[in-house]
Design a protein around this ligand. Structure first.
Ligand code: ADP
Ligand code: MG
Length: 284
């Protein structure tokens, strides 16, 4: 599915012949080893292959420690793969980072405690050494429903509000790609459902390619165009499910049998996976 305006730079930028559309994100047979003390290594990812099309919303689910965050960190150029290739719009992810085409929000929202909500969002411009676009910040405040809380510091914001600030900040520079690592992980179920709806509305409006890591299967099915289940470490794709429900999706979707059939499939895939082999010397 493609939403909003096609992005002209995808139609063949320098060094990338325009031989048809290429995926926004591509992981090709990616392996990632971490070296631990005493020379032992942990294989976090093994032969992970996935593709995200331009404007698509995908969700990654999998057991704790299977390498989901590692996969996202590879997409954000925060790690290098040990083997295989990670490409963003056909190039090394560092190019997308350099051009501010990636927006990232991690689980621990990482807001600066001494800045209010407005300034935490505006920080994206400052980090990029750009003039703060006040209109853009204002529209993001509205988009994530934080009007009236612009001056509040993080300690005076609820968990859901802090997550909204983090998402607004990730969107500030109008990225092509949004990477979300369990952004709703620490929230109560009601707030989480509300933010799911809000994020979907934001996503439709902003037309941004999105990768959402979540451990909530229903959240993945509700939000995504496609869900990848990762195996226990070393993570690789154990199941892919296309999610065919039309958008906009609302809460009634979660009541229909097709929704339950899909979430059941995914739960079974998660529950029947083998537990990871022990790794000598691993610190966990
Ligand atoms: N910087 C690191 N150094 C050593 N081991 C790491 C590092 N980052 C992740 N790991 C290990 O890689 C595996 C996958 O971690 P992670 O990607 O955080 O999993 P998930 O996000 O699915 O819970 C885990 O065993 C974790 O301990
Ligand atoms: Mg993680």
């Amino acid at each position: 599915m493609r939403l909003g305006q096609p992005r002209s730079r995808l139609e063949g930028s320098p060094g990338h012949p325009s031989s048809g559309p290429r995926p926004a994100i591509s992981l090709q047979r990616v392996g990632k080893d971490f070296r631990l003390d005493r020379g032992t290594t942990v294989r976090a990812l093994d032969d992970l292959t996935l593709e995200v099309e331009d404007g698509q919303f995908i969700a990654l689910i999998g057991p704790s420690g299977c390498g989901k965050s590692t996969a996202l960190r590879l997409m954000a150029a925060l790690e290098e793969p040990t083997s295989g290739a990670v490409l963003i719009e056909g190039a090394h992810p560092r190019e997308a980072v350099r051009d501010r085409r990636l927006g990232v929000a991690f689980q621990d929202h990482a807001l600066l405690p001494w800045l209010n909500a407005w300034d935490n969002i505006a920080l994206s411009f400052r980090i990029a050494a750009q003039k703060v676009d006040e209109d853009r910040v204002r529209s993001l405040v509205e988009l994530v429903g934080l009007e009236g809380f612009e001056q509040a510091r993080p300690k005076h914001l609820s968990g859901g509000m802090k997550q909204r600030v983090a998402i607004a900040r990730a969107l500030a520079l109008a990225p092509d790609i949004l990477l979300l690592d369990e952004p709703f992980g620490s929230l109560d179920a009601v707030t989480r459902r509300r933010l799911n709806l809000e994020l979907q509305a934001i996503w439709v409006e902003q037309s941004v390619t999105t990768v959402l890591i979540t451990h909530a299967v229903d959240e993945a099915v509700f939000m995504a165009d496609r869900v990848y289940v990762l195996s226990p470490r070393p993570g690789r794709v154990s199941l892919v499910r296309e999610i065919p429900f039309p958008r906009p999706r609302d809460r009634k979707l979660t009541l229909i049998p097709e929704f339950h059939a899909l979430t059941d499939d995914l739960h079974v895939a998660l529950d029947t996976q083998a537990t990871p082999p022990d790794v000598l010397g691993e610190l966990e």
